[in-house]
Design a protein around this ligand. Sequence first.
Ligand code: PLP
Length: 376
Amino acid sequence: MPVLPYRSYALISREQLRQNYRSVRAAAGPGVAVMAVVKADAYGHGAEEVARVLVSEGVEWLGVSSVAEGVTLRRAGIPVPILVMTGVLPQEWQAVAEAKLTASVHSLEDLRALDRVARESGQSVEYHLKIDSGMNRLGTRAAAEEILTVLRSTTHARLNGLMTHFASAADYTSTQTEEQTEYFSGVIAQLREAGFTPPHVHMSSTNALAYRRNPSWLTMVRPGHALYGYVSPARGSAPKPLLNVKPVLTWKAKILTVKEIPEGARVGYGGVFRAPAPTRIAVLAAGYADGVSHRLSNKGKVIAAGKLVPILGTVCMDLTTIDISQTAPLAPGDEVTLLGREGDVSLDAQQMARMAGTISYAILCGIGARVERVYV
Ligand SMILES: *Cc1c(COP(=O)(O)O)cnc(C)c1O
């Protein structure tokens, strides 16, 4: 790998993405489709490139958050079905139809509105109806009978799927997942009995797939996190995760300057770090505007010259200071690893999240727009 000129960049391994996808594909097994979730710019990995790789691997569906994200993928020439998972605004229906996206509909009012728009424009649109099975976020809480009344009155909106979303699939101290599965299965059964048999029924994202909650896989699974190399740790006694996935993204930053500070010197805003002894410090060309969480101030770590070293003082907007007293000599222009591996030392988004008091998803999505994404 040649040294790249960027102050901070993310290396994204297409090969690791492929391997993660294959692990997901194999776990889901034959007869279960995979919808790869590429919302939020593929969790910071770059949705267009990630989608291209996954389409070349044969992924059946892609899932995005917004109509704008779906339109971007269509403009990039992505041909597979795309589900807009987080609903559609009234202003967006035209764009949904034009880009041939599949909408998720999460209330019966929205379903009536969608049908009206479709009728008035003379188009038929496909949608997945989202059922709130107990998370109390998006989805209709209406009973099957009420849903059926609206389904029977729609003329142009075509039911292509039924979906719901788990709140606690990695939590084995809770029965919420079983309760949600039972509720959703009940709704599906009642709709089926009334003759509504959409081709897709789905509820499982990474955790329900990884922890082998097979009864919830139905016709399709919707993993995101696993594709990027992560499975959240479980609570309680969970089965061993079924997936063999590794992080796709490595994050680097260059050293801007190196200096020696005497015992007692303070580092950064507020002087929150005070050197207990003479210390060699390096200032990195990445800060919270690049996604280095401010919460890593005075407690995070990075890998410098193959060693885990501490962040000193507050993380600034564009800069982060580290202690390199114990490493081999480093100079301006050298690189450190914010996420990734050097030799046998590694740091992943889950470890960084623990230090920052957040979750790995937020770390990945938080990597800033000015961090150059480089595909290898
Ligand atoms: C984000 C999301 C997913 C993917 O979740 P992961 O935990 O990343 O696998 C699946 N379904 C819906 C509705 C989502 O919002």
